[in-house]
Every structure is written in C-alpha cells, then in structure tokens.
Design a protein around this ligand. Sequence first.
Ligand SMILES: Cc1cc2nc3c(=O)[nH]c(=O)nc-3n(C[C@H](O)[C@H](O)[C@H](O)COP(=O)(O)O)c2cc1C
Length: 213
Amino acid sequence: MFITKAPKENSMEELRKEIFDGLEPIEIVRKWFLEAKAVEPNDPDAVALSTVDSLGFPNVRMVLMRLILDDGFVFFTNYESVKASEILHNNKASFLYHWKTLRRQVRVRGEVFKEDSDLADQYFSERSLESRYGAWASRQSKMLPNKNLLHNKIEDLKKKLGNNPERPKFWGGFKLIPFEVEFWADGKYRLHDRFRWQREKIGENWTVSRLYP
Ligand SMILES: Cc1cc2nc3c(=O)[nH]c(=O)nc-3n(C[C@H](O)[C@H](O)[C@H](O)COP(=O)(O)O)c2cc1C
C-alpha cells in the first residue's frame, strides 16, 4: 500500500515577491527560519551538515545552526571532532534545513571558516553551566570505553574550573559563507517550487533561477 498525503498548497507568492524586492538569500533563510521557529516543536535550527573526508567520501550529521549572520551561518562544535578535521582539511561543505511542518527545505553550499572570536566566547558563556562542563569534558568523536569515565571527568572539571569556565580552545564556531542557496516548497501534486541563488565567489552578486521540481 502506498502512503499518500493530501495535496497542500504551499504558496510561494511571498518568496517570489521577495525575489523581486531584491532580498539577499540569507535574509530569506532568516525569515523562513523564524516562520519555522513558530511551528516546529523541536530544534527548528537543526541542519544536516555534510563534509567530505580525505578520500572524498561525504559525511553527514546533524548540528544546530545557532546564528544566521548577514554573511553566513554559524554552528558550534569541538575543533578536534571528525567534522572539524574534515573542514580543516577541505573547507567546502553543505547543509540542509528540513522543516516538516512547513514542508520546506533550504539547501546551502559554501566555504567554512573557523569562528573562534569574541562571538564564540559570548555564545559559550550563554550556554548552561552543565553544557559548558560537557564541552570541556567531551573528546568528541574519540572512543569512550564507558560512560562513567565521562561523568567522573565532569565532576573533576567542576572542581577544577569553578562556576564560570571559559571557552576551551578546542571548542568554538564555524561559519559557512554560501555561494549557493536553494529554497524548496511543497506544491500540489508534487509540482514543487524551487528557486536557486548562485554566485561565482563569496562577495559577488547573486543570480536567481527557478528550477523544475
Ligand atoms: C538535532 C541534533 C543537533 C546536534 N547539534 C550539534 C551541534 O550543534 N554541534 C555538535 O558538535 N554536535 C551536534 N550534534 C551531534 C552531531 O550530530 C554529531 O554526533 C557530533 O557532532 C559528532 O560528529 P562528527 O564525529 O562528525 O564530528 C547534534 C545532533 C543532533 C541529533
């Protein structure tokens, strides 16, 4: 038995208007994100982030895209994790938002740069104290023989670091600056809408095209 769902109109009128108003794609992502935030019960900022390993194999995992800045998108992680070493080896990456309730996706491709400035310090200081100890304690992506080791390490760090631990140097942000952004919205009878923004290089002007679904 095939699963079918009721066709639903997901009007792109507003997006078309924004294109003609000359909005930058990152501004439109921000608008879509805010609409998603109003309806998605969990993690509307969750994205599937894809990097490539040294042999060229894609590698994908979820991260929370915490900041949408005027020039790019920032997530935070451990600089010694697999994803970080892949980015440091090859800074080309892509990520995908999928907002199920809105039936929309946004695909972004670009180049990634370390964001370990004051912004990372500020973001770290705003995390819960438990999460800050967690960031200190986790050797993300390395083998953990048993979970007690991690809990014990956190207890030791609490004593050592006190109540206001600073950001560890091995933890911080990465900013993806896009050269391609594609918006997809569900359409009736699978006649979906797709609009793709592209630019040759970061800093150059965008061109936008409609794509077949
Ligand atoms: C919804 C969701 C959000 C996540 N957000 C983050 C994040 O913001 N940063 C992070 O380092 N890991 C995050 N993770 C964990 C990653 O998916 C991944 O397991 C971890 O970062 C190790 O990935 P790596 O070995 O490829 O570096 C998240 C997982 C889920 C399911």
